[in-house]
Write a protein that binds this ligand. Sequence first.
Ligand code: SF4
Ligand code: SF4
Length: 385
Amino acid sequence: MNSLNDFFENLDPETLDGHGPVAMKDLVEEDNKNVVGTYCVFTPYEVIRAADAIPVTLCSTSDATIEDGEEDLPRNLCPLIKSSYGFAITDKCPYFHFADIIVGETTCDGKKKMYEYLDDVTPVHVMNLPQSNDRDIDFEIWKDEVVLLKEKLEAKYDTEITKERLKEEIENKNKERQAIKNFYELGKLNPSPLYGTEIFKVINITNYTFDKEIAIDRINEISEEVLERYNNGDKRISEDAPRILITGCPMGQATEKVIKAIEDNGGSVVCLESCTGLKPNDQLVNEDIDPIEAITEKYLNTPCSCMSPNDNRVELLNRLVEEYQVDGVVDMILQACHTYNVESHRIKEELKEASNTPYINIETDYSQSDVGQLETRLTAFLEML
Ligand code: SF4
Ligand code: SF4
């Protein structure tokens, strides 16, 4: 039997059936499917699926399009926003290319202002997100926005999004979330069977496999395979490696450098908490209540720093620190992301009070020029654990 290293090296997303840009091209050109582009995990995925359209997360995590983005956007803006916009105006994101409409939300200021310009490239439907989630009115505002999105898609695609279709898509998405959660939970094993970069690879496979039955089967098979090899003694990570949870801004291609800086220097990334990790999959949508209300509740409770206060993030982090037996928390903050940057102080204090878990905040962008500096700071942090 091959080792887990070989298993993950051979797991090449580009060679998988039904995965990636080629699969999307076939769906659009041969099956006449409609595509809705998304950037943020507040977007109610089930509503798009219930309109028989394909929701797809658009490219936003590469340094390659930052300069293009800076043609219209200020330099001192979060790289995720500049990269997204750069991909869109240069037609370098294959998924943006096929999207009929983009759904955005009023999360942070930079993103919502960027959507005004993006609308000149492809129509953008902006959902007005309340900035808190603990008042009754927040629920009502967000519910209205979910209904407006439903009506927008019904009109655009000349279809009816029935309660039955919504319920069906809630069940489908819950199955996918559960499969992803099960995979993530392998990181609770001590030592973890997974490297952080491998977690990314598997999540990428799931997100960009558009036939969700195939995607769910695939991730379940990967989880079983990893567990079997691990139980047969294929343990690659030392029991002494400090167990690290990464929180903060969404991660991606350019910021994998943070994971590498931890794992190349003796740490073990056991949990990726951010929006490109466990966060959107942690809570399922309630299948027993009205589907619009259930979707409203789930998405409004997303623990994003644009919410004030953001108690849900504190609760989630404290729980994950315990469940994953975390030795230290790394908060990755993208340059010019004010909400995560300001929230950093609270996160540090809350972790200290709840479990005395060591915490470090690192600010970075999409360039690779700070890799040496990241390694120095993270190595010092790991040595202290
Ligand atoms: S961090 Fe907030 S704004 Fe960014 S993708 Fe996540 S939910 Fe959306
Ligand atoms: S990382 Fe921060 S600034 Fe960038 S898009 Fe997300 S919330 Fe906005």
